[in-house]
Design a binder for this molecule. Sequence first.
Ligand code: DUC
Ligand code: ZN
Ligand code: ZN
Length: 471
Amino acid sequence: MEYDLVIEGGRVATAETVFTADIAISEGRIAAIGSGLTGAESIDADGLIVTPGGVDPHCHIEQMSGMGLMNADTFETATRSAAMGGTTSVISFAAQAKGQRLAEAAADYAARGARGAAIDHAFHLILADPQAPDYETDLAALIGQGHRSLKVFTTYNIGLDDARILRALSIAREAGALTCIHAENDAIIAEARTRLLAEGRTRPIDHAASRPRAAEIEAVARMCRLAEEARAPVMIFHVSTAEAVAEIAAARARGAPVWAETCPHYLFQTEDVLDRPGVEGAKWMCSPPQRTRADQEALWAGLARGDLQLVSSDHAPYRFDETGKLSAGPDAPFPAIANGMPGLEVRLPLMFDAMVSRGRLGLEKFVELTATAPARLYGLATKGHIAPGYDADLTLWDPARTVTYGADDLHDNVGYNPWEGHGVTGWPVHVFLRGRQVVEGGTYRGIPGTGQWLHRAAIGTETRDITGRPI
Ligand code: DUC
Ligand code: ZN
Ligand code: ZN
C-alpha cells in the first residue's frame, strides 16, 4: 500500500518506549508504523528523534489581561512561534469580560482562533463574572459543546471566592469538565504589596517579595480541599514552591482528584532574574514569581514521582515597551507592570535539553510531560501519541544541534527572549501538523487559519494515559 508520506528510519519516542521505525501517514493521520514502508513522499529521519508534536495546555493568546492590556501575540504570531518550537496543539483562554455572557466570550475567541491559528487549539473558559447574564446555563452548555476546561482565579480583580469556586466545580463535575486554578491567596499578596510600597520598594525584584510563598501554599492547599469536597477534578496551574508540591502530593495520596503543572521558568530560573538595573527585570516578571534552587529540585522530584503531571509554558506575551510591560511608563512600580513572559517556542527545546540531552528523567518522560499527559488530561483524544489512528502531529529533533538563544530570535511578537544566552542541545528541525509540514528544516511553512479547534469529550476524575495507567 502506498501512503501519502513516510518518515523513514527515525528514533520514534513515545511516553512508553523508544524504537527505530518508519511512520506512514495518510489523510493527516498515522496509518502504519513499521519498516520498509513506502509513500508518495518521504523524509529521511535517520539520526533524528521523532516525538509527538508538543501539546502546550496553558498559554495566553490574543487575550486581554486583567489590567486591560492586550497580549502582544495574535493567534497568527503565537502559533507560528509554537510551531517553530515543535508544538502542534495549544490550549489558550476564552476570557469572559465583566458583564459578558460566557457564550459570547467563547464565540469571540473561537473566531480569533479560526482566523489566525496555524496549529490546532482549544480554550479554557475563564470564569470572571458569575453575575453575568445566563452564566450557569451558558457554562453547562459550552462544556457540553466540547469546551472541557475552565479557569478560575483566587486572586487578581477577577478572583472568585470559595463559594463561587465550589459552585463552578459542581457544574464542571456534572457537565464533565476539568477546572484549572490560579491559586494564590489574595489577602496575603495585598498585604505584602502594601507593605513593600510603603517602604518604597517598587522595583521588579520587589515583585518576588510581593507574592510570598505562603500565598501559593495556602491557596493550593485550600483548592485541593475544595476539589476533594466537590469530587471534581482540578488542575493547579504553575506550581512554584516545594511546599505546594507537598500539599498536592498529600491531596493525591488522600485520593483527591488533583492534577498539577509547572513551567520551565520555575524549573530553570530563580528570583534573581528579576534583579537587573532599572526596570529591565520586568521582562522576567510573572506570577507566581521564580523561586529558589531548592524549589526547582522539589518541582523536578514532583514531576519524577508523578505528583506534577505536566509542563506548560504559561506563555503570556508583552513587549518591553509602552504597549506592554511599560504601559504605565518607563519607571512603573511593579504592581503596574503586566505579568508574564513568552514561552511557547522555548518550552520544548529547554525541556529536551534538560531531560534528553542532559539525561534528567529521559526521553520517554519528556514525551509524557510535554505531549502525552497534557493531551490525556485535557481530553485531546487524537493528540500526544504516536500510533496508528492518531493525528500525524510529529516533531523531528536533531539531537546533536546546539543553539544559544539570542536577544530577539523567537518567532512571536514579543521582541525579547527571556532565555537570551541560554544554550540548548537538541533542536526541532521539522514539524508536521496532521501530516502537513509546518516547519521544514527550521523554515516556517504554517498557514494562518488552517489550525483546527479541538472538540473534546467529557473529562471525569479518572484520567488514564495511553497504556490505561491512571495519571
Ligand atoms: N501569571 C499569570 O497568572 N498569568 C499570566 C502570566 C503570569 O505571569
Ligand atoms: Zn495564572
Ligand atoms: Zn497563565
